[in-house]
Ligand binder design. Sequence first.
Ligand code: NDP
Length: 479
Amino acid sequence: MQNFPLMINGEPVETPQHSEVINPATGLPFASCSQADVHVAQQAIGAAAQAFDSWSKLSHSQRQEYCHQIGAVIEANMPELMQLICQETGKPMGGLNGVGAGMEVGGSAFWAHFTADLELPVEVLQDDDSGRVELHRKPLGVVASITPWNWPLLIATWHVIPALLAGNTVVIKPSPYTPITTLRMVELANSVLPPGVLNAITGDGEVGNLLTSHPQIAKVIFTGSTPTGRKIMASASASLKRLTLELGGNDAGIVLPGTNLDSALPAIFGCCFHNNGQTCAALKRLYVHRSQYQAACDGMAAKARTIKVGNGLEEGTELGPVQNAAQLAIVESLVAAAKEEGGKVLCGGERLPGDGYFYAPTVVAGLSNGSRLVDEEPFGPVLPIVAYDSLEEVIELANDNDAGLGGSVWADDLDDAHALAGKLACGTVWINDHGAVQPNMPFGGVKQSGLGVEFGLEGLKEMTSCQSICIKPLAPKPS
Ligand code: NDP
């Protein structure tokens, strides 16, 4: 079984301890990775701290060139990275609506190139006889990136590229469920980067705690669950680290009365079920006006029954397995709770045969807020559809959740949808779409879904601190 090394100071690092990585389509290990202990993690932080001085002194355009080169090595190694993504996450090579390993790797390269082109010019806030005020953006230092298992390569790219572009150095720690593609990407990136600029380690809770509390780490960017986000915030507080936290979502989608379901439902289905619902900003609660409720339930269940679930390496697979056994247990427990609470399982509702963590795409009717399946994020291939009677009611239901990542309104009349969009308490609202992130649009949560934003200029600025330079003339200018 191939072992993937850590990357520290530009060198692959093998350690005595290896951790096996399971392919969720088979339930069997397919590769292993070296494990860092606290001592090795210290070395990674030290390497990044040492590299910061020269990296931060490069010009913005020099760092832009390096970031483009990372995009290029990802592109040049797409087939290998896709294969690894497919094996470690379970997601198909192609996938439902083209959302699969190809999109993850191609999207990472595209994101790297787009972000590399962002500029961070000095802003002149005032320039008159009384003085000149300039706003400069300074790098922070060493950034720790902690990533989850649902989109490991894409999220790593989202964290790493803006951090590097802004002049920071990075230590990344991928999820123990999906470390392989990240380790390989960092190895590839190190073929073009100076040593120490981008380091990758794995490890247990002690290593995670070290990253989030170490005095030489200036910022933590984390994508994952809300409870872990809270722990990271607590751990980072002693040294006042900067934080970007992209946490869980339980996004509502609202179908307005009279919407053409023939057009809307296929699109809605993809927004709910792509990557098996394991996307922070997937549509996870669908609210449909009572006049169209039955038709929407029938349409979504009919579509779910046609979906090909299987090993992502097999041609034509639309959805793979749930990524890990713990997540599958959460899905099973939420569906069991839905049944107990009077929900009607219209399709699916059970594991599929085989050794992998396969679960049938599931649509549940007859529930409302207050049921666990509606209130909690399933992060799996399960969708509750909830009936509503008035727009006031549905806004209340959609906002009645601690999460506030995304939301959507579906309607033929864009003005009607737009009028409702601003009433949703969440970071992004899509109209006739859901969860489609793009590199020029800031993305982040409100309420318990996180802190700060990623993407675009706003996201890049989060990798910097402001320095205002205020210049006053000592004497009035001679006339
Ligand atoms: P976690 O939030 O627990 O873990 C995500 C990452 O954080 C992993 O790399 C993990 O590594 C690390 N981590 C965990 N605890 C700490 C800590 N105290 N300090 C530093 N790092 C830490 O997510 P899970 O993978 O366990 O998934 C649980 C739930 O999170 C899911 O059910 C889903 O609801 C949600 N989730 C949300 C995602 C999103 O995109 N917003 C993505 C994935 C999951 P380690 O385990 O080694 O500590």
